[in-house]
Design a protein around this ligand. Structure first.
Ligand code: COA
Length: 179
């Protein structure tokens, strides 16, 4: 596997996200247009993408309810992932992975793997021992998570609409790892 060169993983503040909003919007848009099933459907444009980061992610990062990590390759945003910490009071030991995105031009260089390693360090530092996530069944992410030690709890049929076909429903696979 070729390693990405000159890569860095950074935890971003809400102010950092403000200054990099366009790069994040471009990354999310590129992934959705490429076919990723990550909560959105086609057509999906730049303004909808900006609105996600600005209105859904930024407030949660500012409130400390989410950790936002970014991967850079040679100074350019190449990938990102979020750790959701804002969970009910009876789950202080759990955190969720969401929006693991690697730019379609930057895949299979180990970027998702290093983002997830950094995310798990962030979780462990906060005493979060149970990491959970869900991903469209049979997507590239499923073998990725499995290779990182995430176990499949099961598949839930008909969870989401296919991003490009409103008549098609996809299963999601729930996965977890104990740190
Ligand atoms: C899933 C995703 C994040 C993987 O990013 P990536 O940086 O290409 O992944 P990595 O290079 O770190 O891959 C690590 C391992 O995961 C597995 N993997 C990654 N992509 C894979 C694919 N397309 N098919 C099969 N296995 C894959 C492999 O085991 C790989 O190791 P290898 O390259 O040594 O074989 C990327 O494809 C993506 O952004 N997809 C769209 C968004 C998405 O679906 N995110 C997940 C939401 S839950």
């Amino acid at each position: 596997m070729p390693e990405a060169t000159a890569q860095a993983i950074v935890r971003l503040t809400a102010a950092d996200l403000d200054t990099q909003l366009e790069a994040f919007a471009e990354l999310l848009e590129a992934c959705v247009v490429d076919g990723a099933s990550i909560g959105f459907v086609l057509p999906f444009g730049r303004e909808e993408s900006r609105a996600f980061w600005r209105d859904a992610v930024r407030p949660a990062v500012a409130a400390g309810d989410r950790v936002l990590l970014a991967a850079y390759v040679e100074g350019r945003l190449a990938g990102t992932v979020q750790l959701v910490l804002g969970l009910p009071p009876n789950q202080p030991h759990r955190a969720e992975v969401t929006k693991l995105l690697v730019h379609p031009r930057m895949r299979r260089r180990g970027i998702a793997r290093i983002l997830m390693a950094a995310l798990e360090r962030e979780a462990a530092e906060r005493g979060r021992r149970l990491i959970t996530l869900d991903t469209r069944s049979d997507d590239a992410a499923e073998p990725l998570y499995a290779s990182l030690g995430y176990a499949a709890a099961g598949r839930l049929p008909g969870w989401s609409v296919d991003p490009g076909d409103a008549a098609k429903f996809d299963s999601t696979t729930f996965m977890y790892k104990t740190l």
